[in-house]
Design a protein around this ligand. Structure first.
Ligand code: ATP
Ligand code: MG
Length: 420
């Protein structure tokens, strides 16, 4: 019987056992690198009040307009499955008074939810690895944060990627720029793509992001945000770039990089691969100095990024080529007496940290040995009526197709040998 509910929901995927090793590798590598820089992992709830996202991400953004998974719960509360984690972490920072520690360096890895059109590299449930450095205005913070993305991607063997970086200044600078940008674009209103025409009034900065050729042509003579930045903003950006130079991290300045979320200021950046499809942005981030205050917390500057794990994995999978874990020992039994006695062996294998599979099929030894070979085990331990009667145990070396039987107590003493 084929039923629609026997398939995962559109835009969601099962991560199967043979893929998990890649996820574990990403988790471990990221954790190792971030721990060296004294970042701590944080896990916030997947559901939050809808309000949290509406107030932070921005009313005229795609996420808020059309991508949120929201519902009303039994107590009539508006709840949303988190579309990203920065707002949640800012909320957690305030709820748990983490500001008492001045500086917080946090990282996370978990599922995010956006109602988008599923396609390669774009899912409705996807995962982000992200970091947030909360409490510093220093350009050193921006650089350390960017360096960490670079380091993690490098260690995960991502090749041919480019870091694009920009400064979008502070809110006041952007407001003046917006007025001039809109005034310029209004002259060409009819020639802009439909999305950009709509954004003229709701979110004009996003027009800079447009992939439409005609719109890009019009934009080539538009006022440049860069010319609207104050000395302080320019100085901040200059230092971030200078420190990146000191680290030998190459980057490209892209004055049109404004990013989709409203809460950014000063530094914005993205890491892109050279793949031709439009899902080539692996990492996006920036500075957000007003978000925490805007949510009712103390004025606290911050900077962070998020990496899309599925997009990353699609590219690095080949490079990582991780081999699946094989078992060393297969434990075959037959008969009630053997199945009662085998637990002592199980405990000894555990104690020696020898990985094994305990057969649960109760089939013939021949079938059990066949399965042991299929799983790539080196040895098969055989305990049946014959072994029970003679107080011994049989071991089969599956590589050499040799089998020998020794007395049970001797076997327990030598169990370590399976390790080598
Ligand atoms: P895009 O422009 O591709 O929609 P975005 O600007 O919405 O990306 P961010 O909110 O900055 O993305 O999220 C950071 C990263 O998370 C992205 O660069 C991408 O790698 C990943 N990501 C975002 N949305 C999705 C999705 N629907 N499916 C898979 N990965 C995603
Ligand atoms: Mg998006």
């Amino acid at each position: 019987m084929k039923s629609y509910f026997m398939q995962p929901l559109r835009g969601t995927k099962d991560i199967l056992p043979h893929e998990i090793i890649y996820w574990q590798q990403i988790y471990t590598k990221a954790s190792d690198i971030l721990t060296i820089h004294n970042y701590s992992e944080i896990r916030t709830p997947i559901i939050e009040s809808t309000n949290l996202f509406e107030r932070t991400i921005g009313e005229s953004t795609d996420i808020i307009n059309k991508e949120m998974y929201s519902f009303i719960d039994q107590s009539n509360r508006n709840i949303t499955l988190r579309p990203e984690a920065t707002a949640s972490i800012a909320r957690a920072f305030i709820s748990n008074k983490l500001y008492e520690n001045k500086l917080q360096k946090l990282w996370y890895l978990g599922p995010m939810f956006r109602y988008e059109r599923p396609q390669s590299g774009r899912q409705r449930q996807f995962h982000q690895l992200g970091i947030e450095c909360i409490g510093s205005l220093s350009p050193m913070a921006d650089t350390e944060v960017i360096q960490l993305a670079n380091k993690i991607l490098n260690q995960l063997k991502l090749k041919d990627y480019i870091l694009e970086i920009n400064s979008i200044g502070n809110l006041q600078e952007r407001e003046i720029y917006k007025i001039d940008l809109v005034e310029y674009l209004l002259q060409y209103q009819k020639d802009l793509d439909v999305d950009s025409q709509n954004r003229l009034y709701s979110n004009p900065l996003r027009i800079l992001d447009s992939k439409n050729r005609k719109t890009q042509e019009i934009l080539s003579n538009a006022p440049n945000l860069n010319n609207y930045l104050s000395k302080t903003s320019n100085e901040h950006f200059y230092l971030v770039c200078k420190y990146l130079d000191n680290l030998n991290i190459s980057y490209k300045i892209n004055h049109k990089l404004v990013r989709g979320l409203d809460y950014y200021n000063h530094t914005t950046f993205e890491i892109k691969t050279d793949s031709p499809n439009s899902q080539n942005t692996i990492c996006g981030g920036g500075r957000y100095d007003n978000l925490i205050e805007q949510l009712g917390g103390p004025k606290t500057p911050a900077v962070g990024w998020a990496i899309g794990i599925e997009r990353l994995l699609k590219i690095i999978r080949q490079e990582l080529k991780l081999s699946q874990q094989k078992i060393t020992v297969y434990v075959a039994t037959q008969g009630l007496a053997a199945q009662a006695k085998i637990w002592e062996i199980v405990q000894n294998l555990e104690k020696e940290k020898i990985n094994f599979e305990l057969d649960l099929s109760n089939t013939s030894f021949q079938k059990q040995i066949k399965r042991a070979s299929k799983l790539g085990a080196k040895f098969c331990i055989i305990l049946g009526d014959q072994e029970i009667n003679n107080n011994c145990i049989t071991t089969r070396n599956l590589d050499e197709h040799k089998q020998y039987t020794i007395c049970y107590s001797q076997f327990l003493k030598e169990i370590k040998k399976f390790k080598s």
